[in-house]
Ligand binder design. Structure first.
Ligand code: LLP
Length: 438
């Protein structure tokens, strides 16, 4: 018999390959989460660098051998330590404000790989981005084209532009995060696109370099992407026939993640399908751009929280935790589901745990402050829980509502952990404010 005792590898949580229980204690990569709680308190966001890089690698595999640029849509998580991971991996960035531009530059990102999206760029933001030498402005209206051209002319520069076209396909996601339908505020209508391109080409301060679209977020089916690609390629044909060559096609972001038995296509599989279509229509040699956000960071992060109190009622039981809608706004905003699991399995930390079905709620004074409805948990006050899939659109949408300090953030890399944002203080919150002299 072999001397090697093969220990069963710890089972990773479904959809979270870097999150697993070892000795009944939850680990992200090789870091024990309860240790981080002892050192940094709760609520605490913890991100896995390996999870981010492996999500990125799926896209890189999908684009192997192609001219492609992956621009991380940093609105998903704009913390400097997270941006640094993607900058070091050679990513570009999709930004939507001058503030995001400053963050990318502070994190060491390459200005030339930045694309600037959004319906309401101000002239000051345009100036700032032109001065920094960003790669492309994704323009969303004729008014914006005129404004950008005049800003560029005044700076004696040419602004590289792509026009966001609304392909009018239904991504079948939550209405607040679908963006490619006719009645959305985003992009220019498909039927107006050629005319808008001709207008852009006539403006002195602009250099037309691409076309783009973004149809929505948390998309779990390949069909809307394939439909959008067809619609966009139809336009590429007519725009180029009108004498306006396009160097790149940007397909936006939007690929979903597994929150609750969701089964989005893997990034490489999705791109295999899309590239087959692109090749079949004769556009395989075009430079491709994409703007993924959630799918790069969402399942790389957890939010750790402490159970403050359990409250039992006739209709409902409540598990009151120290994280709230200001830290985790997605349930309140989109009725979103985040899995909630114990940091230590019952038997380790849980003394006198009560097994029941709970609504998991935060301390904020609103009934909308819920993190999970009807969750079967075995918990006691003082136990810790991990809210999963918290890497995207949580910290970046966190607020100070109820004068709650924003949480600390840790980046885990193998067995190392780095504090990438310390917990905010109330003094910092009040810093910009002044009492009126009486
Ligand atoms: N590009 C553009 C132009 C976008 O507007 C967005 C997201 C992305 C890329 C990235 O999409 P992703 O790959 O992350 O799906 N707060 C919402 C999501 C809002 C998405 C806004 N735009 C949520 O928590 O579900």
């Amino acid at each position: 018999m072999s001397d090697l005792v093969t220990q069963a590898a710890p089972a990773a949580l479904p959809g979270h390959p870097f999150l697993a229980y070892r000795n009944e204690s939850l680990h992200l990569e090789d870091v024990t989460l309860s240790k981080l709680i002892r050192e940094h308190g709760t609520p605490l966001f913890v991100y896995s660098k390996a999870a981010m890089l492996s999500a990125l690698a799926a896209y890189q595999r999908g684009f192997a051998g192609r001219r492609a640029q992956i621009c991380y849509a940093m609105k998903a998580n704009s913390s400097l330590g997270v941006l640094q991971v993607f900058a070091q991996a050679g990513c570009g960035f999709d930004i939507v404000s001058g503030g995001e531009l400053d963050r990318v530059l502070a994190a060491g990102g390459d200005a030339q790989k930045i694309i600037f999206s959004g319906v309401g760029k101000t002239r000051a933001e345009m100036q700032h981005a032109l001065a920094a030498g960003i790669g492309c402005f994704n323009v969303e209206s004729e008014g914006e084209l005129d404004a950008l051209s005049s800003v560029a002319v005044a700076m004696n520069l040419l602004a590289p532009v792509s026009i966001r076209v609304n392909p009018n396909v239904d991504p079948k996601t939550h209405p607040y995060i679908s963006t490619g339908l006719k009645d959305n505020k985003f992009g220019v209508a498909h039927e107006d696109a050629l005319r808008v391109y001709q207008h852009a080409a006539s403006l002195k301060g602009l250099k037309v370099i691409g076309i783009d679209c973004h149809i929505g977020s948390q998309i779990t089916d390949a069909t809307p992407y394939l439909d959008a690609m067809d619609r966009i390629l139809d336009l590429v044909v007519s725009i180029e026939a009108a004498g306006i060559p396009l160097e790149h096609i940007d397909f936006g972001g939007g690929l979903g993640i597994n929150y609750n038995h969701d089964t989005p296509p893997a990034a490489d599989a999705l791109w295999q399908q899309l590239l087959t279509k692109l090749d079949a229509r004769g556009f395989g040699a075009k430079k491709l751009m994409i703007e993924p956000g959630r799918s790069l960071v969402g399942n790389a992060g957890v939010c750790l929280t402490e159970v403050l109190y359990l409250k039992f009622g006739e209709q409902k039981n409540f598990c009151i935790i120290d994280a709230a809608m200001n830290d985790l706004p997605r349930p309140a905003l989109y009725q979103a589901f985040h899995a909630i699991v114990p940091v230590a399995l019952p038997g380790i930390g849980a003394t006198g745990a009560t097994e029941a079905t709970y609504d998991v709620v935060g301390p904020v004074c609103e009934s909308g402050d819920w993190i999970g409805h009807e969750r079967a948990l075995s918990v006691a006050a003082g136990d810790h829980l991990a809210v999963l899939s918290a890497g995207a659109y949580c910290m970046s949408m966190a607020s100070n509502y109820n004068t709650r300090n924003r949480a600390a953030e840790i980046l885990v890399d193998g067995c190392k952990s780095h504090l990438i944002r310390r917990r905010e203080t109330v003094q910092e919150q009040m810093q910009q404010e002044r009492l009126v002299d009486s």
